[in-house]
Ligand binder design. Sequence first.
Ligand code: UDP
Length: 480
Amino acid sequence: GEEARSPHVVLFPFLAHGHIPAFLRLAGHLQTLRPGLAVTLVSTPRLLGSLSLPATSPPIRLHALPFAPADHGLPDGAESLADLHVHQFITLFRASESLRPAFDGFVAGIRPPVCVIADSFFAWTADVARARGASHAVFLPGGAFGHAVFFSVWEHLPHTLTAGGDEFPLLPDFPDVVLHRTQIPQYMLAATGADPWTAFFRRVIPCCRKTDAVLVNTVQELETSGLDMLRASFGVQTWAIGPILAAPDPSKSQDDDDTSIIRWLDAHPRRSVLYISFGSQNSISIRQMAELALGLEASGRPFVWAVRPPVGFDPKDGFDPGWLPAGFEDRMARAGRGLVVRGWAPQARILAHPSTGAFLTHCGWNSILESLRHGVPLLGWPVGAEQFFNAMVVVAWGVCVEVARGNLESSAVESGEVAEAVGAVMGETEKGEAMRRKAGEIARAMAAAWEGPAGSSAASLERFLRCVEASALRDSCLGA
Ligand code: UDP
């Protein structure tokens, strides 16, 4: 009967703070479309233990997979990107493949039909799903263009492609995409083919081609060509089901630090404050922090800056005032000019606040979506991974000025340029007006994608579920 056809959805997000919430929100959307849908979230014991789950019906079940990172050369107890320096990420990526037998055992033990929705880094789960008769989808919490270009660069490394000077060679699959050398993260440029990163991606990308479908946290109307690129690259049905967004967390509203940040914003005029953050994993160099600080001061505009430890400092170290120019924090605080947030900021609430007028961001995809949903324009400072390509998307949309690029010693940035860019985006200039107008248009397109069953993302997720229910995800639904 009907009930027997409702799938058990198994979510397998990557082992990073930033990735799990998007999967949980996707589960929320699935349960809205199919009340009573069973959902299990699979992860490592400690990550599951530290989660605060949304209240859903039925509750999301958790399944912990045993993970022995020490066996793979990771520090004892390390289970997620948050525990590690960037140079150790690849060790975690490789170690995560050891979860395969345990995952297979888990899938074999649940009642069919099963639909596995996994992170692209866990695309090896496609083989497991196929062997167990389950449907399989890869969910990309990021954007379509950013992912397509990121995978393509990895696929065509090492330098079978060589070009001189600053131009990066054209990608054979996307000859229209012109990249600059500064848009390629250093570890990608340095990849020889014999390095662990290349080896890892050479396993991941073919696995992605074995999935039945790709779900992307973007909007069809906004990223049409990026979605076509992904579709061409993976050769499977690709659905835009975004934006899958974080709601400002009401359980946190009692938090004293958060409340004082919101009060600070309350005291400032509409759209006057610049918010600055480099996301949950990235940061800039101490030298760049100094230039940014002086640039903010010179801009004359109020700001809230979520400060993470600079490059080379342990992410677990406490805040050190020595990271910032002498007296900066006090000077800004006394004048009511700027607020330095030591560590985690309530970003979704800050961006939702009417006093926030622009966001200087590392161009992580969640940050981009969280800002544009409120029509807040961007200053881009991409530092790694696909952030450089995300920046290209928002610059093309006309809602971002790229203020700097990269966090290496060689990536110079000057305070004067920062101040000028802040003025251009936040000021009553023609450029500023145009950016705010465009950002408003994007906000409306994002809302429309989830407005009623006819919204493009709502309709795509519904079609996805129907294909899963008909056990026809791989074949019958191409072109749906
Ligand atoms: N975030 C936050 N407070 C912080 C830093 C980050 O709430 O101080 C949240 C932010 O709202 C977003 C996520 O962490 O939802 C960062 O995701 P994004 O894709 O922008 O970047 P990543 O951290 O994955 O590089």
